[in-house]
Ligand binder design. Structure first.
Ligand code: PMP
Length: 350
């Protein structure tokens, strides 16, 4: 039978979203549980009156606000329909078919999909026994065909983070013509002072891009908005290949309103962090190998027990995110939600 779609897509894994089960507590998608930041709903409502017009394609006001927050010029900023779209664009602007993209594994599940749709080869470097990036091995995996390296810091789904000297050594080892993406979707939850802000480490290195999102700590997952900070040339290339108008007017307005609430954002992120620090020792009593987390989720390396554990949690009314044969990622929720999860975990594991 003739086919209309590329045969290689058959082997592509599906992106599995955290499930929404009515009435259940959802701890599956690393969202923050406190609702939109103050002023966000009003900004979206105001933007709604103008939705018969296209949004500002240059995203001028928002890029200026993001640039100010990041301490860079607006020409170094690009926004996109979630940071996942920007990661796709980065593959598009760096790679030709047959090139290689290096990333650690396990890491963000979109990376293999992005690599495959760009017709590139995924070079997966196994995490260390501590569930962290093995940066020396990643540097060693770079070949003449490597165009892009994806570094997830903190890492989704394991929560582990890379510290400054290690990251700097790695960046020094990467050839100048290979682009390194520091995917910092969870930056606002980092509390270890040794885990550097990618913007500070990137400095003036033209081959380093910092990728951030407004989906997590900023509470805008439903509006799909992410941004990157890159050299002016790389940022311009990304804006060129992006789907026109993909940062919607509602997203632009909401993001501007959210950015005006950075203190409240950080206060909420700190509440999540306090809960993370409560959960980790409680979970380690059940499963000693639970790694550190610098993000808003924790990783339970349950191996073959991952699916059964997720099923037990679901029966107790809590949706978590299993990765079959490997582990379970659990988003930190409100104190009450976490208590319900902990009770389910204790019942399942002790
Ligand atoms: N990077 C990482 C590491 C993530 O975990 C996620 C979301 N799960 C993203 C990027 C994408 O987020 P978004 O597209 O919502 O900005």
């Amino acid at each position: 039978m003739s086919r209309l779609t590329r045969p290689d897509l058959d082997a592509l894994p599906d992106y599995v979203p955290g499930r929404n089960v009515p009435g259940a507590i959802k701890l599956a998608s690393n969202e923050v549980p406190y609702g939109p930041l103050p002023g966000v709903v009003e900004a979206i409502t105001e933007a709604a009156a103008g939705v018969h017009r296209y949004p500002d394609m240059g995203v001028v006001a928002l890029r200026a606000a993001l640039a100010e927050r990041c301490g860079v010029e607006p020409d170094r900023i690009a926004t996109g329909c979630g940071s996942v779209a920007l990661a796709e664009h980065l593959a598009r602007v760096t790679c030709m078919p047959g090139d290689e993209i290096v990333y650690s594994w396990r890491s963000f599940e979109a990376y293999p999909i992005i690599a495959a749709t760009a017709a590139t080869t995924s070079v997966r470097v196994p995490n260390t026994a501590e569930h962290a990036h093995d940066l020396p091995a990643m540097a060693a995996a770079i070949t003449d065909k490597t165009r892009l390296v994806l570094v997830c810091n903190p890492n989704n789904p394991t929560g582990t983070a890379i510290r400054r000297p290690e990251l700097e050594r790695f960046l020094d080892a990467v050839p100048e013509d290979v682009l390194v993406v520091l995917d910092e979707a969870y930056r606002e939850f980092v509390t270890d002072p040794e885990v550097p802000d990618g913007l500070a480490v990137a400095g003036d290195r033209p081959n380093v891009v910092v990728l951030r999102t407004l989906s997590k700590a900023w509470g805008l997952a439903g509006l799909r908005i992410g941004f990157l900070v890159a050299s002016p040339a790389v940022a311009a290339a990304v804006r060129k290949v992006a789907t026109p108008f993909s940062t919607s007017s509602a997203a632009q307005a909401a993001a501007l309103a959210a950015l005006g609430q950075s203190e409240e954002m950080q206060r909420r992120a700190d509440l999540v962090v306090a809960e993370r620090e409560r959960l980790l020792p409680a979970l380690r009593k059940l499963l000693p190998d639970v790694p550190e987390s610098q993000s808003n989720f924790v990783w339970l390396p349950l191996g073959d027990r991952a699916l059964a554990f997720a099923g037990a949690c679901e029966r107790a009314g809590v949706i978590v995110r299993p990765f079959a044969g490997d582990g379970v990622r659990v988003t930190v929720g409100t104190p009450e939600e976490n208590d319900t999860f902990l009770a389910a975990a204790e019942a399942a594991l002790s």
